[in-house]
Design a protein around this ligand. Structure first.
Ligand code: FES
Length: 107
């Protein structure tokens, strides 16, 4: 069955710091939004699959974020936890239009 998505305003592009995470509420979810060095915007679930660390508060390096609690390395592109740890977080599609960032959230 195809998933129905709704498009939700998340932030102004100009309000997002580069190479840092920011916590946003969108469609009733708490998400971590990242503006990468190449200006790409990525959005993932804001809780680490290990013990719930807040990923928006982690250090960003390239296309990865390091969980602030125990340093798990997680891709902000596909949500995969990197070796030697395992697991993944949900990722969300993003659209930037007229300087506004929108996230596609499941209905
Ligand atoms: S809670 Fe994220 S690494 Fe432990």
């Amino acid at each position: 069955m195809e998933q129905v998505l709704k498009r939700v305003f998340a932030a102004k592009l100009s309000d997002l710091p580069e190479k840092l995470g920011r916590t946003v509420e969108a469609g009733g979810l708490e998400l971590a939004i990242f503006k990468l060095a190449d200006d790409n915007i990525r959005v993932i679930e804001n809780r680490c699959p290990h013990k719930g660390g807040v990923l928006a508060e982690g250090m960003v390096s390239g296309e990865h974020v390091f969980c602030p609690m125990h340093d798990w390395k997680i891709s902000v592109v596909d949500g995969k936890v990197q070796d030697p740890d395992t697991g993944c977080v949900q990722t969300y599609d993003v659209e930037v239009q007229n300087g506004d960032v929108y996230i596609y959230i499941p209905e």
